[in-house]
Design a protein around this ligand. Structure first.
Ligand code: FES
Length: 108
């Protein structure tokens, strides 16, 4: 049976939606969010260079891979980044992400 990855997303207005993503698609979390019509510019195309895919992890951060140096460097440039900040383009979908809860930021 195909496994489903459930990711809960809170938008900048406080709206909450649960995404159900079939396991086995080779996408980043940024690509899934864009496909789900969240307002993420991703101007660098997922190279950890633009930070427009900045998210905050609310639950499940222990299941994510550690930050790369490139991701850390980019987050360091953001005034609103915190301990739970990540770049969604640097997070590859995998079954361990099931139950993840995140907050997205609008591009203002
Ligand atoms: S898409 Fe540019 S940093 Fe993630």
């Amino acid at each position: 049976m195909e496994e489903i990855i459930h990711i809960t997303v809170e938008d900048p207005q406080g709206g909450i939606r649960q995404l159900e993503i079939p396991e086995g698609i080779s996408l980043s979390l940024m690509e899934v969010l864009r496909a789900s019509e969240y307002d993420i510019l991703a101007t660098c195309g997922g190279m950890a260079l633009c930070a427009t895919c900045h998210i905050e992890v609310l639950e499940g951060s222990e299941n994510l891979d550690p930050l790369s140096d490139a991701e850390l460097d980019m987050l360091d440039t953001l005034p609103d980044a915190g301990d739970q900040s990540r770049l969604a383009c640097q997070i590859r979908l995998n079954p361990a992400l099931d139950g993840l809860k995140i907050r997205v930021f609008g591009n203002n």
